[in-house]
Design a protein around this ligand. Sequence first.
Ligand code: NAD
Length: 394
Amino acid sequence: MGCFSARYDFLSPQRIVFGWGRRSEVGVWAKTLGRRALVVHGSRTLERSGTLEELAERLRTEGVEPVLMASIGHEPEVEDVDRLAARVRELGPRQGDLVIAMGGGSAIDLAKAGAAMATNTTGPSVKDYLEGVGPGLSLDADPLPMLAIPTTAGTGSEATRNAVISSQAPPFKKSLRSDRMVPRVVIIDPELHISVPRATTAHTGMDAMTQLIESYLSNRAASIPQALCLQGLSLAAPAILRAVQEPRDREARERMAHGALLSGLALANSGLGLAHGVAAALGIHARVPHGLACAVLLPVAMRVNRAVREADLARIGEVLHGREFSTRAAACDAALAKVEELCAGAEIPNRLSAIGVARDDLPAIVKSSYGNSMSGNPRKVSEEELLGLLEEIW
Ligand code: NAD
C-alpha cells in the first residue's frame, strides 16, 4: 500500500454554480445572501457588451438592488482597496449587504479585500492586515458575504481564501488571508470567457496549469487537492491551446474554467511553490502579468523539485500525456516536455529578458520571492541558488 494521510481540513465555497449561460441565475443566488449588492467589476469589454447591465437587471428582477462600486483594469494595489473600503463605509454598510465581483482575478481580489475591510476597521489601511508587511492584524469580523463571477479562467480566486494586493512604494505583492474570505457563492459561466484576449487566455490558462502542478507537488499537498489537480490537468492540458486559438470553442472554454476552479480549490488547501513565489516578485519589480510570470517559471520549478518529487512528477507526466511511460525518468521528462510545448504553442517566451525583466533587478527579485507561496515548495532553495536559476533563464 502507498502512503495515505487521513488528517486534513478542506475549505471551499458553500455553493459552486457552473455552466454555460448560468450567469442568468445571479439574481436568484444573490438573493440568498442579501438585498443590496455592491458590485465590483473588471473588464471594460463586459461593460461595453452590456453584460454588466444584464447583471444589474437580473438582480433587480429578484429584488436585489445593485450599486456599482468600483472597476479595475490592473492588479489591485493598497490604494484601490482603501478607496473601495472608504466608499463602502460612506454608503453606510447595513444588514443585507453583499458584494458581487464580476471580473478576472484582479477584480475578485479587490472585491474580497474590500468586503473584508468593510467590516474590519481596527487598522486604517488594508496594509495593516497583509501578511509580512505591517502589524499583521487579523480579520476578526466576517467580511460582507460575497458572490464571485470569474471572467478569466486562471487564478481560481473565486475559490480561495486570500486576495493578492500590491504596492509600488514600498514594493511588495502580498496576501490578505483568512478562512472567512472564501466567497460564499461562485457562478462560473465559461461563456463570459469568450471575449478574453488571446494573450490573456494563454497567460491565465498557464496560471491555472501552474497552480495545479505546484499544488500537487507542494510540501502541504493533501489527498483531496491532489485528486482535483489530476482531474484539472487532464482536462486543461488538451484544451489550453484550443482556447487560445479558437476563443469561441465552448468545450475548450468549459475545460479551462473547470480546471481553473479546481486549481483554486487545490491551492487554497495545499499551497503552491517556487514558480508562484518568484511570479509575485516579477509582478512587483517588472510588472509582469501574473499568469505570464508563472508560465515562464513553471519549467524551472519542475526541474528544481524533480529530485524530491520524482514519483509525483511522473504521475503528472502520465496525466498530461494520457498514457503510461516505461520509467519514472521518462514520465518526468515527458511532463517537462509537455509544459514547454504548451508554453511555446501559447507564444510564451522562455527567457526573463523577453518579458521585460532587467538583469540588475534579479537580486531584488530573489529577495522578494520568499513569501507564503515559496514556503510550499517541496525543496528548500537558497537565495544564492535561486539567483543562479534566474540568471540561467534571463
Ligand atoms: P486580470 O483580472 O488582471 O485580467 C487581465 C486582463 O483581462 C484585464 O485587462 C481585464 O480587464 C481583462 N479581462 C478579464 N476578463 C475579461 C473578459 N471576459 N473579456 C475581456 N477582457 C477581460 O487577470 P487575472 O490573471 O485573472 O488575475 C490576476 C490577479 O489575480 C493577480 O493580481 C494575481 O496575483 C491574482 N491571483 C489571485 C489569486 C487568489 O487566490 N486570490 C490566485 C492567483 C492569482
